[in-house]
Design a binder for this molecule. Structure first.
Ligand SMILES: Nc1nc2c(c(=O)[nH]1)N[C@H]1C(S)=C(S)[C@@H](COP(=O)(O)OP(=O)(O)OC[C@H]3O[C@@H](n4cnc5c(=O)[nH]c(N)nc54)[C@H](O)[C@@H]3O)O[C@H]1N2
Ligand SMILES: Nc1nc2c(c(=O)[nH]1)N[C@H]1C(S)=C(S)[C@@H](COP(=O)(O)OP(=O)(O)OC[C@H]3O[C@@H](n4cnc5c(=O)[nH]c(N)nc54)[C@H](O)[C@@H]3O)O[C@H]1N2
Ligand code: SF4
Ligand SMILES: [Mo]
Length: 724
């Protein structure tokens, strides 16, 4: 048999590397990076090499629709046909809709940048509901909301190697992005100055020219102080600021309150280091700014981001060679986000306004907000309490919310309260365990997809390498089938899901581009024509068409529009909560909660880690590989993590990853209620006053060594190797 080489795109994580899939006789021989891909240029990782094959072939993978026959969470299912599944789900949704109204049907999906995002919004909107949850409030929500307000929605992409200075805030690309990590190393090699702001000594902090070991949650004071230095020393790009920025004078007044001596007290970074960092970034051009997860999902995340956007604007490091680049679009291409935002695919104003969270967070949930999704913690509360109105049906697609939303016990309570829970997935997660129906999802090797990827920028293609297993379907196909069933039963208030197949959706995306899917498949990507300084033609995406450093939209709804420091909640902890807990440190082996059922990943990391400074460990009588209970003030839950004694964290900080569960542990939660840090993190306030994001990342905590004798009972069936 001949070996076929299929150029595709890896989507096992959000980095989206170009891939080459080698197939012989319906078997994948290997998957590698594609050196010709303009974004990833051959970069690839262990997940991309292994996960597509092991996810497809996993023996426990659901490949037929399943209906629950036991109690919720009992793990007893029966196989049924797609026709019966879709009719029955439509019928049960109909019962919910007739009794409680269309708003009582909601969804949960990962984000707006994948096909399942469109599948979800358009299915729900057709029913007449604006309510769905996305991950972004825990992810990039504060950064996206700030970008909408300032107009600075700009990423470095592959301009990075051309930068002379790279400022990295709260990002550890060696863990989270092989492509960015490769580009930063290239920039460093070419002589660029690297400045890193992170409470942890990460690999990129080690290679930095300046590492600012900041106190968690205080970055906005640093940003304001850097602005202060730039403006008081007249280091700004005068022409760019004059022509393209508004609000500079008001920002100058605010920043004047943050001289380096004041910011140093707040952030713990020496005043002279702040001054040097500001001068270096302002004078070493071109420069790029990377804003990571470390400043998001915080109660002051939007304001913090606005502060850093000002650094880009004041230095004019925007849409020029070697700087952050504004998003580029293929002419005529309909990406997922643009469909979700297209007035032709949206609900009437009077329904949009009823979304849960719309009143409190108009810039997150309201009709003109960035996300147009519900406020997650408020929606979960509505499920449990029926307020502001009942939510009784939930369709979950492409998220494992039991393992990834804070306050696991509360999420489980909510899911158990529902009249109907449907989960589309490619493996039985703790979320799927609670479902009434599990719908079998195709895996990456079995799918087709086109999206606009910004690192190059290019259109990236996913090609089908193998036929779907069993009766697995793509998210668009599942949602199309469900919409049809609802239509037949007269349950659609609107008809906003016109696509009949996934290929039909792709054709719709490409219709006005003059490019066919087959043409795109030849290389697996197509560069998007690119020009610098496009703002000169179109301006920035704000009401003034300029970068709004003092966003008008914030002021209009009664917020102080300027960045301002507010102390993080952990700074006034209840007695005994003497440490700060950082969560969400990425692991190269995992994508959030995924791959815990894959042997290759478990070989790389087999237990949730608690990174702890040697002196803190000694104070708490904790030794290497001891298990430690971690708890925070906001929830009764506590998580059991394994000590990793390391001086990468300061004495008052401990850090961990996220997403843990053990498929082999019996019980619907599969150990998530014991080992997953989100059991100990609250989803309640304080919430960012603009985006509603909860403080999932930096929390006060206390730690207690678990009794060694109780470990075998607690770890149960989980198979741990001892760490080396
Ligand atoms: N391997 C792998 N890669 C992934 C993922 C994965 O699960 N696995 N997930 C993907 C997703 S969805 C996301 S959102 C990204 C997330 O990841 P990125 O945005 O790429 O950020 P991280 O690399 O997680 O780095 C966050 C850094 O912020 C630091 N930090 C914590 N608190 C603060 C603070 O208050 N201030 C500052 N300045 N720094 C702080 C942490 O120590 C950490 O080093 O990763 C993506 N890439
Ligand atoms: N404490 C704390 N909590 C966090 C974070 C943190 O840093 N700290 N990080 C947050 C962040 S940034 C994020 S993005 C979230 C991630 O949260 P999730 O999105 O819930 O994370 P995953 O584990 O990737 O879950 C994806 C699920 O969808 C399934 N799936 C994968 N592809 C598809 C598909 O194409 N279709 C369908 N239907 N299903 C699919 C997978 O099998 C998996 O079960 O977690 C958040 N939670
Ligand atoms: S970083 Fe790894 S998992 Fe993510 S897209 Fe690239 S190869 Fe795939
Ligand atoms: Mo994320």
């Amino acid at each position: 048999m001949t070996v076929r080489m299929i150029p595709s795109t890896c989507k096992e994580c959000s980095v989206r590397c170009g891939s080459l899939i080698y197939v012989e006789n319906e078997k994948v021989l290997r998957i590698t990076g594609n050196p010709e891909h303009p974004g990833s240029q051959g970069a690839f990782c262990v997940k991309g090499m292994n996960a597509p094959v092991t996810a497809r072939d996993h023996p426990d993978r659901p490949v037929y629709p399943m209906r629950r026959i036991g109690n919720r969470g009992e793990g007893r299912w029966e196989r049924i046909s797609w026709d019966e599944t879709l009719e029955e789900i439509a019928d049960r949704l109909g019962k919910v809709k007739r009794k409680y109204g269309p708003l009582s049907i909601a969804g949960a999906v990962s984000n707006h940048f994948v096909s399942r995002g469109v599948a979800m919004t358009q299915l729900l909107r057709s029913i007449g509901s604006p309510n769905y949850m996305i991950n972004q409030d825990l992810c990039q929500g504060c950064r996206y909301t700030a970008a909408m307000l300032t107009g600075v929605g700009a990423q470095p992409g592959n301009e990075l190697p051309k930068a002379r200075c790279v400022l990295v805030i709260g990002k550890s690309p060696s863990d989270s992005s092989v492509v960015q990590w490769m580009h930063i190393k290239e920039a460093k090699k070419a002589g660029a100055k690297i400045i890193v702001v992170d409470p942890r000594r990460t690999p990129i902090s080690r290679m930095a020219d300046e590492w600012l070991q900041i106190r968690p949650g205080t970055d906005v004071a640093l940003a304001l102080s850097m602005i202060n230095v730039m403006l008081s020393e007249n280091l700004q790009d005068d022409e760019f600021v004059r022509d393209w920025c508004t609000g500079t004078e008001r920002l100058r007044e605010r920043a004047a309150q943050y001289p380096p001596s004041v910011a140093s007290e707040i952030t713990g970074v020496p005043a002279e280091t702040i001054t040097t960092a500001a001068r270096t970034f302002a004078t070493t051009k071109p420069g790029c700014l990377i804003l990571g997860h470390g400043i998001d999902a915080q109660a002051n995340g939007v304001k913090t981001t606005i502060g850093f956007h000002a650094l880009l604007a004041l230095t004019g490091n925007l849409d020029r060679e070697g700087t952050n680049r504004l998003a580029k679009q293929q002419s005529g291409f309909r990406d997922y986000f643009s469909v979700i935002n297209d007035p032709a695919f949206r609900l009437p104003a009077e329904i949009k306004q009823k979304i849960i969270g719309g009143e409190a967070y108009p810039l997150w949930s309201g009709p003109d907000s960035w996300s147009k999704s519900s406020h997650n913690p408020s929606l979960i509360r509505a499920v449990i309490t029926g307020r502001p109105y009942p939510v009784k049906g939930l369709y979950v697609s492409g998220v494992n919310i039991v393992c990834t939303y804070p306050d696991i016990q509360n999420t489980i309570t909510a899911l158990k309260t529902l009249d109907l829970l449907v989960v589309a997935t490619d493996h039985i997660t703790p979320t799927a365990e609670l479902a009434d129906f599990v719908l079998p999802k195709t895996t990456l090797l079995e799918e087709e997809d086109v999206s606009a990827d910004q690192s190059a920028p290019c259109l990236g293609v996913v090609q089908r390498a193998l036929p779907p297993k069993g009766e697995a379907r793509s998210d668009i196909e599942i949602a199309a089938g469900l919409t049809d069933a609802l239509r037949r039963q007269g349950l659609l208030d609107f008809d906003l899901f016109p696509w009949k197949s996934h290929r039909g959706f792709i054709d719709f995306q490409l219709e006005d581009t003059g490019i066919s899917f087959d043409e795109l498949c030849v290389k697996g990507y197509r560069p998007i024509a690119m020009a610098y300084e496009e703002y000169r033609k179109k301006g920035f995406k704000t009401p003034s068409k300029k970068i709004d450093l003092c966003p008008e939209r914030l002021e209009k709804i009664g917020h102080d529009p300027l960045p301002e420091y507010t102390p993080p909640a952990y700074s006034q902890p209840p007695a005994g909560f003497d440490l700060v807990l950082l969560t969400g440190i990425r692991s190269m082996a995992y994508h959030h909660s995924r791959f815990r059922n894959h042997a290759w990943a478990r070989k790389i990391q087999d237990a949730p880690e608690l990174r702890i400074n040697p002196k803190t460990a000694e104070r708490h009588n904790i030794g290497r590989d001891d298990w430690v209970w971690v708890s925070t003030p906001g929830t009764p839950g506590r998580a059991l993590l394994k000590a990793w004694v390391t001086d990468e964290v300061p004495e008052d900080v401990v850090a961990t990853g996220m997403g843990w569960w053990y498929p082999e542990i019996k019980g619907a939660d599969h150990g998530a209620l014991t080992f997953n840090i989100d059991v100990a993190i609250p989803y309640g306030p304080p919430w960012d006053p603009i985006s509603g994001s909860a403080e999932a990342r930096n929390t006060a905590c206390r730690i207690i060594r678990a009794e060694r004798g109780e470990i075998p009972r607690l770890t149960g069936a989980a198979t741990f190797r001892s760490s080396s």
